[in-house]
Design a protein around this ligand. Structure first.
Ligand SMILES: CC(C)(COP(=O)(O)OP(=O)(O)OC[C@H]1O[C@@H](n2cnc3c(N)ncnc32)[C@H](O)[C@@H]1OP(=O)(O)O)[C@@H](O)C(=O)NCCC(=O)NCCS
Length: 172
């Protein structure tokens, strides 16, 4: 477990996700504000998290950040199991709104990329709406490149279509 001091002097602990964390993970997703999931795909219900993510643990590298025994950040890489997608993966990251913009995303993704390299993964890909500026800034800072644009692929809460970027990081 790594202790990470954030820009606002709070210290969080970052470690790999364990199945016994699942109630705390549901609690974090239940407590996300509308703003935190503005550019995401809500709702993040227990059923969806359990079926979509936790039933596939063998294909995940997942990390959590803990503060006062609560999960305040979650990021994971889904390793595509098909042999024709060998070594390639898909990334998501969600932080509790009280922990945005203080360096936690940088700390968690740096660690996750390190683990992915150790496992010998070849590629991490992701989708992000073109309006999600902090996320795009963070991904670019860590070496991800914009590879393409999916025009009008995201229907926002504002009732309009938004573009999404396909981004990717090739691990050497
Ligand atoms: C996107 C998210 C993971 C970023 O994590 P974070 O901990 O806030 O990120 P950090 O504080 O480590 O870094 C954010 C960077 O974006 C920059 N930033 C913040 N707002 C910005 C803006 N409007 N435009 C450009 N850059 C911005 C910060 O200055 C910081 O850069 P720096 O490290 O060079 O100073 C987090 O905000 C989050 O969980 N958002 C909600 C869920 C989400 O949208 N997930 C991504 C779905 S693809």
């Amino acid at each position: 477990m790594d202790a990470v001091k954030l820009k606002d002097d709070r210290t969080v602990r970052i470690r790999e996700f364990r199945i016994e964390d699942k109630e705390k993970l549901f609690e974090m997703y239940e407590s996300l504000s509308d703003e935190a999931v503005r550019w995401a795909l809500p709702p993040y219900t227990r059923e969806r998290i359990e079926r979509g993510w936790l039933s596939n643990l063998q294909n995940l590298i997942a990390m959590v950040a803990l503060y006062n025994d609560k999960i305040v950040g979650h990021t994971q890489i889904y390793k595509f199991p098909h042999s024709r997608r060998k070594g390639t993966s898909d990334l998501v990251i969600y932080l509790h709104q009280d922990f945005h913009n203080v360096g936690l995303g940088t700390a968690m993704l740096t660690k996750l990329i390190e683990l992915a390299k150790k496992e010998g993964l070849h590629r991490i890909g992701l989708h992000v709406t073109a309006d999600n500026k902090p996320a795009i800034h963070l991904y670019k800072k860590l070496g991800f490149k914009i590879e393409g644009v999916m025009k009008d692929s995201y229907f926002g809460e504002d009732g309009r279509y938004h573009d999404e970027f396909v981004m990717g990081l090739i691990l050497k």
